[in-house]
Design a protein around this ligand. Structure first.
Ligand SMILES: *Cc1c(COP(=O)(O)O)cnc(C)c1O
Ligand code: SF4
Length: 452
């Protein structure tokens, strides 16, 4: 007997619909917001992406606590995300009902100042076959190829801090997108060192099962035996867990998961959970249970975001709840250097403190988590902590993944800097002129090359 109930979705099951600038005024919560918060939404959403949904609004946000509620901060744009001058300029245009074209012009000018492409993201790591670039793929670390399916480039809600924000406001021409599933297959045929395919987005779970199946099913053929793991990076487990329960093709999706597991591959749903409240609802817990009933694993990862989860207790609670449900804590990331970064940024020393405080509260079963980790140009850089070595206060660092595999797990040191919030803010310790993975001596200011 299948581990799930293969009957049609119950009558009256909630159907997904997006809440955006165009319809947010019609929600029940709108009239309860104070005027300055309504204005902030109208103004900032002209510049930054804004999209949420009734599940997030009705079940996750605590409206008694807005604007400070972490789940409100997660999907609702805030005044502080723009500089005072930019906010004032845009607010005036909105108040005066300025023509759309004029608003767009000003919005794009502001966007370009928000480092929309943490450098090279669109151009580095794009693999090739016979000299032809495969824009829907990225291959940076030996074992793992990323796939960005063209139909999975949006999400059930937008995270205000998302480093892919430029794509959601149409600033990017989406060069990422896979043209065809065959690009991936051709590439994998030629690259037997690849053991993992990571399907990412946007959110691939925005796709209908049928579309997702077209990418995944071919990989189950014997010629792709070297691909032992398939991962799907998704926020749907938090923003729209109904995807696994009552959406019209939810059962079909679970069947696809079972099929992957039956083929002998590892299937991991890499759940993007930012806050324990996302696991507090019955639907969210049931989604994890149902996914796991197929033999797939659920892992949990998230960046550390000021105003959302810069709180050790929240992380400890998230990991504990995850472990209870069988979701495996995986990564805590450092927020990237793009968009409203001044609003969200947490200095590295504080990120380390929060990680440590949270880690100390959980048993070894949750200590599978690694962090805080920066997905930077040379690789995934872990902040191990702060120490004093030979009389100098330093950050102890190491690479968990490296552009060159041989860099991994070599301890290295940077000068202590209480304000540093990204690798590029750090300087080598002990008078060295470069980090070991840098070919050239450091020139100042350091190049900003931050690539996933
Ligand atoms: C994080 C990441 C991966 C996956 O790394 P794991 O440590 O295996 O989870 C793969 N490719 C890129 C570009 C990444 O940033
Ligand atoms: S779900 Fe992921 S891709 Fe989508 S907005 Fe959030 S962080 Fe970005």
């Amino acid at each position: 007997m299948p581990p799930y109930d293969a009957t049609p979705a119950p009558q009256g099951a909630p159907r997904y619909r997006a809440v955006t600038r165009s319809n947010v005024r019609k929600t029940a919560q709108w009239s309860k917001l104070p005027p300055e918060m309504r204005e902030a939404i109208e103004v900032v959403s002209q510049v930054l992406p804004f999209r949420t949904n009734p599940y997030v609004m009705d079940e996750l946000i605590d409206w008694d606590e807005v604007p400070n509620d972490p789940l409100y901060q997660l999907t609702f744009v805030q005044k502080g995300m723009l500089s005072d001058a930019d906010y004032a300029k845009m607010a005036e245009l909105v108040r005066n009902d300025a023509p759309k074209g004029e608003i767009k012009l000003v919005a794009n000018a502001i966007r370009r100042r928000l480092n929309p492409h943490p450098a090279g993201q669109m151009t580095h790591n794009v693999p090739k076959i016979d000299g032809r670039g495969l824009p829907g793929l990225q291959h940076k670390y030996d074992q793992t190829v990323l796939l960005f399916p063209s139909q999975g480039q949006t999400c059930h809600a937008y995270c205000t801090f998302c480093f892919r924000w430029a794509q959601f406001v149409g600033l990017d021409d989406l060069k990422f997108q896979a043209q065809e599933t065959t690009d991936l297959q051709d590439y994998l045929r030629a690259h037997h060192e690849v053991s993992d395919v990571l399907i990412t987005g946007g959110d691939p779970m925005i796709m209908k099962t049928k579309a997702l199946r077209a990418y995944i099913e071919p990989l189950l053929a014997p010629e792709f035996e070297h691909v032992t793991s398939i991962r799907i990076g998704t926020k749907s487990v938090a923003y729209w867990p109904q995807r696994y329960l009552t959406d019209p093709d939810a059962d079909d999706l679970l069947r696809l998961f079972e099929q992957v597991v039956a083929s002998g591959k590892h299937l991991a749903i890499m759940g993007h959970y930012n806050h324990p409240r996302e696991l507090s609802t019955k639907v969210a817990k049931d989604a994890v249970r149902r996914i796991r009933s197929t033999g797939a694993n659920v892992r949990m990862q998230s960046p550390l975001i000021r105003h959302v989860n810069d709180d050790a207790n929240a992380w400890a609670e998230l990991w504990k709840e995850g472990v209870k449900l069988g979701a495996i804590p995986y990564y805590m990331f450092v927020e990237r250097d793009t968009g409203p970064k001044a609003y969200f940024q947490v200095p590295l020393v504080r990120a380390w403190g929060i990680f440590r405080d949270a880690y100390q509260q959980v048993s070894g079963l949750a200590r599978t988590v690694r962090g805080p980790s920066m997905s930077a140009f040379p690789g995934k850089v872990l902040v191990d902590g702060v120490a004093e070595v030979a009389g100098e206060k330093v950050f102890c660092l190491q690479l968990l993944q490296g552009r060159d595999g041989d860099w991994v797990r070599r301890p290295f040191f940077a000068k202590y800097d209480e304000n540093a919030s990204w690798l590029t803010d750090l300087k080598p310790a002990f008078g060295e002129d470069r980090f070991f993975f840098e070919d050239e001596p450091r020139v100042s200011p350091p190049r900003r090359l931050d690539v996933v």
